[in-house]
Design a protein around this ligand. Structure first.
Ligand code: AMP
Length: 465
């Protein structure tokens, strides 16, 4: 769970990167960083926290140069600490290089052990540092070819941006797990995890990088490479379900349209007699709109979300029931009292939030609460860049929907089927023909597209609450 931004050839490269990172804040809230190049040297700034708080104006002003890459981080590999904040930047025998990574490498532990046995000293616990070591050891001369040589040794999910003194290089892994978009801002090229970042900086969306594609930009222009063996595409379906912003266009389709279609399919698969459809904001909103449209049941804002709470370190001394969820959400009694309520969310992870939401709705006077989830049960952890808890913490890995409904205390629970989800996702791509399995659905099926040795990843992963 991370977001990346790149700018090449703009007099305000640092400013533009900083602004675009705001639009990707949902992809990572732990740390933020920007590295610029003035053609001779790299200038980094990294900090813990949100983009708006992480840097001072002076720090951004001091980032000279017309090329930049930026990163927002939510840790999936390596602890949440300043040393793991990205972009990483290093100086090595052939110059300077910085990297910003969205994804997760599945063989990072093995590679790291080998490199350490060979004498490498690691400064971070992040899997992305392995790539830098491999680049530094590569025998090729040109930086593109050093990167290719390094990436041929890694396995897993990566959308990467590299910055050398005079080149910006973008790469997507051969299966294309994570998104990466290319755009134009006047005479400069820009890159971002999601197209919503281009809207903010008024850049024109050109296209997405293709799985396995590398794009290098320097003073001579833009070149594209296809250095890897072709693999079947496995774009992460959970980006559509939950992770990406609904105003983004990624994987060839509008995330908003996909979510609305998921809600429509959910209404068809799990109809219920009710008076009002209420989303769990913001994650459940487009699906709830789709559910309401398909079922004809009115949509209303029965839950309000505060957008100003991050983490809080002050807990009430007297117990306030369900305090954590109350900080974020509140029920609107006028919408709910005496009503049969359908509440729509995108996923159930541990089940704790949903249980509290159901209680909150009942306390506000809801007569019945029917929970509808716009994806199948989340049964398996992600090893490709989404932060999910271990298998034993995922409630659906060991409980049936009936048991989950009992725990959550809702009157009924309906999950969208795998077939229903994939049909809705496919239908939202404007009719382009796709392979039967063009997405990674491992969190719902346990079918991991890239194998890994059990135990090699869990030791690197840190579970974030
Ligand atoms: P839980 O109480 O653990 O079942 O959490 C369910 C909520 O977590 C839903 O509202 C989801 O939108 C949200 N969610 C799903 N996946 C993630 C994730 N990887 N990180 C943070 N929140 C998530």
């Amino acid at each position: 769970m991370c977001g990346v931004v790149g700018v090449f050839g703009h007099t305000e490269a640092a400013n533009i990167t900083y602004l675009a990172l705001h639009a990707l804040q949902h992809r990572g809230q732990e740390s933020a960083g920007i590295v610029t190049s003035d053609g001779d040297h790299l200038h980094p700034v990294r900090s813990m926290g949100l983009v708006g708080e992480a840097f001072s104006k002076r720090e951004i002003d001091e980032l000279s140069g017309q090329m930049a890459i930026g990163h927002v981080r939510y840790s999936t590999a390596g602890e949440s600490a300043m040393k793991n904040a990205q972009p990483f930047s290093v100086e090595y025998a052939h110059g300077a290089i910085a990297v910003a990574h969205n994804g997760n490498l599945v063989n990072a532990n093995d590679l790291r052990r080998k490199l350490e046995m060979d004498g490498s000293i690691f400064q971070t616990t992040s899997d992305s540092e392995v790539i830098i070591h491999l680049i530094a050891r590569a025998r090729e001369l040109e930086v593109e070819h050093r990167i290719i040589s390094a990436l041929k040794q890694v396995e897993g999910a990566y959308s990467l941006l590299f910055l050398s003194e005079n080149k910006l290089i973008a790469v997507r892994d051969p299966m294309g797990f994570r998104p990466l978009c290319l755009g134009r801002l006047k005479d400069s090229f820009v890159f971002a995890s999601e197209s919503c970042a281009f809207d903010l900086i008024e850049a024109e969306f050109i296209r997405e990088l293709e799985p396995g594609e590398m794009v290098a930009v320097d003073a001579k222009g833009l070149r594209t490479y296809r250095p890897f063996r072709q693999e079947p595409t496995r774009f992460c379906v959970f980006e559509h379900v939950y992770f990406a912003r609904p105003d983004s266009h990624i994987d060839g389709r509008s995330v908003y349209r996909v979510r609305e279609a998921l809600g429509r399919a959910l209404a068809q698969e799990h109809p219920v007699e009710a008076d009002v459809v209420v989303p769990v904001p913001d994650s459940g909103t487009p699906a709830a709109i789709g559910f309401a449209r398909a079922s004809g049941i009115p949509y209303d804002m029965g839950l309000l979300r505060s957008h100003y709470v991050g983490r809080t370190f002050i807990e009430p001394q007297q117990s306030i029931r369900h305090f954590g969820v109350k900080l974020k959400l509140n029920a609107v009694k006028e919408v709910l009292a005496g009503k049969r309520v359908v509440v729509v969310d995108d996923s159930i992870v541990r089940g704790t939030t949903s249980r509290k939401i159901v209680k909150m709705l009942r306390n506000a006077g809801a007569k019945e609460v029917h929970l509808r989830i716009s994806a199948p049960p989340t049964t398996h952890p992600c090893f490709y860049g989404i932060d999910t808890p271990t298998r034993s913490e995922l409630i659906a890995s060991s409980h049936t929907p009936e048991e989950i409904a009992r725990y959550i205390t809702c009157d009924s629970l309906g999950y969208l089927s795998l077939e229903g989800m994939m049909k809705a996702v496919r239908a939202a791509n404007g009719g382009v023909v796709e392979a039967e399995r063009s997405h990674c659905d491992a969190c719902f099926t346990g079918k991991y597209p890239i194998e890994f040795r059990p135990g090699t990843i869990s030791s690197l992963r840190r579970v974030v609450n």
